[in-house]
Design a protein around this ligand. Structure first.
Ligand code: COA
Length: 511
């Protein structure tokens, strides 16, 4: 999927080197572009600092002659500086103003430009007794609801809303299809709160027309532990778009978090908002190239043949790491210990509890429930110590209007860890990950996935290109709500390619 309308930045995207397509549109398209041209222009010091944060754009400017670059810079708005998207591209008209976001406790774009080092911490201190006890009113004819996802009917309602109205690509070829098992897993993690499964219903028909959800967790941001809500599944029925319902939903879930004593949040998106703490790039590894070609996900590169593409993406039928096996309940402590040490190597990471490890990583077969997560450990055949661990999850996309295929089965690389990471030997780590991840690809292929997706976070830059992942044309931006920290590296360099020197930043995977 090339240009993703996808404000999550994570529907399948054609590898850029094959599609040669233009990059994505932020697609907030909220018709609120009411800033004057003048105010769109960015002061020089702000521009310089934003360019530093934006490797792709920096690269684009370097290849231009000086006058042209200066001119382009003068005419650019902040969103372009941040996205690094083509200057002739669609983003030009986007996001001249953030009427809503400018009222929120989020870092401003120009914070990065300030001379003083960024002081890490909350942006606004929230006084619980000043938090409103009641939600803001909704549009006439609609009302708030709290979803009870333990109730099959309500889980199904959320599933249907998302299946019909959640993230699509620009060409409306694919739409995310989160299964009910997935939603159950994603939204009922340890400590989950019903109040954070927020819905909007049409008063008369009772139809669910919008959602925004959150689950509690803890992050470590450069060693600082913070309790946060992970926000996900912001979705508005297509007929209710561009009515400024999003700010109302965001304010309501924020209020419900404040009421529960949580004052920070983390969220991701493919759109640029003020202000990403990091940006990663999507990579895609074809497992069933022919199917990806038939659904329009992978084009046939010029000069190649179908047979050649199939051969190129061929994988061995069996894994090669001795001691590799499915993770079981008995492995929880070992995986917890290994993952905890591994995660601390990243600026922004999730401080898992043991219960969370069990919830997020151990698949327990249940009648009628689809498998969502696949986790494997490597048990040293001699010492029986768990030395490595890798996992991926299933997120299908509906193929809209294709005579042959209904869905693309995508495996998304989830958490992993290896003892080799603590040897301080990047070459050894790379060699280990190449074997481990190749095995993960084989396991995903055995589980009938069509494509394996990964971002440039964790240590992924060490293996993506060598294992034939193609560069996607989407970025995934990470945001913190009511928390400020210096930018965190996203694993990509000034050519927008995976770079070992840019690792160590993002250590969290958001669904
Ligand atoms: C994303 C979506 C909820 C936006 O709805 P909309 O009707 O276009 O926008 P609204 O008129 O309600 O609100 C516009 C405001 O929301 C903000 N906004 C839009 N998408 C946003 C997002 N993904 N996250 C946070 N804020 C967002 C806009 O920036 C704008 O605020 P601003 O004035 O400060 O710029 C809607 O397009 C949708 O449901 N899309 C499919 C699912 C999806 O992409 N979900 C987001 C996944 S991250």
């Amino acid at each position: 999927m090339s240009d993703q309308k996808d404000s999550k930045g994570k529907t399948p995207q054609r590898p850029e080197n094959e599609s040669g397509s233009a990059s994505g549109d932020g697609a907030t398209g909220s018709g609120n572009d009411n800033r004057s041209n003048e105010s769109k222009t960015v002061p020089k010091n702000v521009a310089e600092s934003l360019i530093e944060m934006n490797p792709a754009l920096k690269n684009e400017l370097v290849s231009m002659d000086k006058d042209k670059a200066a001119n382009a810079l003068r005419n650019m708005d902040i969103s372009q500086l941040l996205t690094g998207l083509s200057m002739g591209g669609k983003n030009q008209k986007d996001m001249a103003s953030y009427k809503f976001w400018q009222t929120q406790p989020v870092p401003r774009f120009d914070d990065q430009a300030a001379k003083a080092p960024i002081a890490q911490g909350p942006i606004k201190i929230i006084k619980p007794d000043e938090v409103s006890k009641t939600p803001d009113p909704l549009l006439e004819g609609f009302e708030w609801c709290t979803l009870d996802l333990t109730n099959e009917t309500e889980l199904r309602e959320l599933y249907e809303l998302l299946n019909n109205h959640y993230v699509e690509d620009d060409n409306a070829m694919f739409r995310f299809s989160y299964s009910q098992s997935f939603l159950h897993w994603a939204l009922m993690s340890p400590g989950w709160k019903k109040e954070w499964h927020v819905g909007v219903r049409a008063t008369k028909s009772r139809k669910l027309v919008a959602s925004i959800c959150g689950v509690p967790t803890e992050l470590r941001v450069r060693g600082e532990r913070i309790k946060v809500t992970e926000i996900n599944f912001l979705c508005i029925h297509k007929k209710l778009r561009s009515k400024r319902l999003t700010p109302v939903l965001i304010k309501e879930i924020t209020r419900r978090c404040y009421v529960n004593g949580i004052f920070q949040a983390i969220y991701t998106g493919g759109v640029i908002l003020p202000t990403p703490v990091s940006s990663c790039r999507y990579y895609h590894r074809a497992l069933d190239w022919l199917k990806l070609y038939e659904v329009g996900f992978s084009p046939l590169p010029h000069g190649s043949t179908k047979a050649r593409q199939i051969t190129k993406n061929h994988l061995p039928s069996n894994t090669s790491t001795p001691g590799l096996r499915a993770m079981e309940v008995k492995d929880i402590d070992a995986v917890y210990d290994l993952l905890e040490r591994y995660m601390r190597r990243f600026d922004l990471n999730q401080a898992f509890t043991r219960d969370e490890i069990e919830h997020w990583l151990v698949y327990k077969e249940q009648p009628g429930k689809e498998q969502v997560v696949w986790s494997y450990v490597v048990e040293d055949p001699e010492t029986h110590k768990i030395t490595d661990f890798v996992s991926f999850y299933n997120l299908e996309s509906t193929v809209i209007d294709n005579p042959k295929h209904e869905a693309v089965r995508a495996a998304y690389l989830y958490y992993y860890a290896t003892e080799t990471a603590f040897t301080d030997n990047t070459k050894a780590l790379k060699d280990r990950l190449l074997v481990l991840m190749n095995d993960a690809l084989i396991l995903a292929k055995q589980a009938h996935f069509d494509v394996f997706n990964a971002l440039t976070l964790h240590d992924n830059p060490l293996f993506l290109e060598q294992l034939k992942f193609g560069a996607g044309d989407g970025q995934l931006h990470f945001y913190l709500y009511n928390y400020r920290t210096a930018p965190v590296p996203g694993g990509i360099n000034d050519k927008n390619l995976p770079d070992e020197k840019k690792m160590g930043g993002v250590g969290i995977v958001m669904l």
